[in-house]
Write a protein that binds this ligand. Sequence first.
Ligand SMILES: Cc1cc2nc3c(=O)[nH]c(=O)nc-3n(C[C@H](O)[C@H](O)[C@H](O)COP(=O)(O)O)c2cc1C
Length: 181
Amino acid sequence: MNVLVISSSLRNGSNSEALADEFAKGSEEAGNNTEKISLKDKKLAFCTGCFSCLKTGRCCIKDDAFNIVGKMHDADVLVLASPIYYYGVSGQLKTLLDRANPLYDTDYRFKSIFLLLSAAENEEDTPDKAIRCIQGWVDCFERAHLEKTIFAGGVNERNEIAGHSALRKAYEAGKALGDGK
Ligand SMILES: Cc1cc2nc3c(=O)[nH]c(=O)nc-3n(C[C@H](O)[C@H](O)[C@H](O)COP(=O)(O)O)c2cc1C
């Protein structure tokens, strides 16, 4: 299986990226064709809503979204990692999902989507609005579903996630993926 892990935090020592790394490690060990992309070094402009993608099948903005969206199209499993910002996902992840509009109504492969989140707060409902945001995107891709969310709460400083139980959960979710084909 092709597994694409997208890490959207832009800071070094990122907590959500640590979840992404653990997921990728488990998935790789399970024999999946696993790729992790960080948005840290990518150029990603906002969607302008021109809808030219629905006519031409591709976005008219020439930046790094083109390659990333191509990889999203070919992935069997998408893994989206984000810090919680104001109870939603990061702006950079939302921007990428908007720019993935050319995938709408195509033969995209992904069926299963995982969401990895980190936040300073650790209340039961802390991740709820971020999950709803991603669920809204997933609902627009009818063959896909949100398989699982892994949430690391109570982590604010860089690398504070070290030793958090969510890291193990992320690793195990990756490891449990598919049959490695
Ligand atoms: C702009 C901004 C908004 C944030 N909003 C929230 C929030 O609404 N709730 C929360 O618990 N933490 C919030 N945080 C804290 C981050 O979610 C937390 O530090 C997280 O672990 C960062 O993940 P990262 O290291 O992967 O970037 C916010 C941080 C920033 C910079």
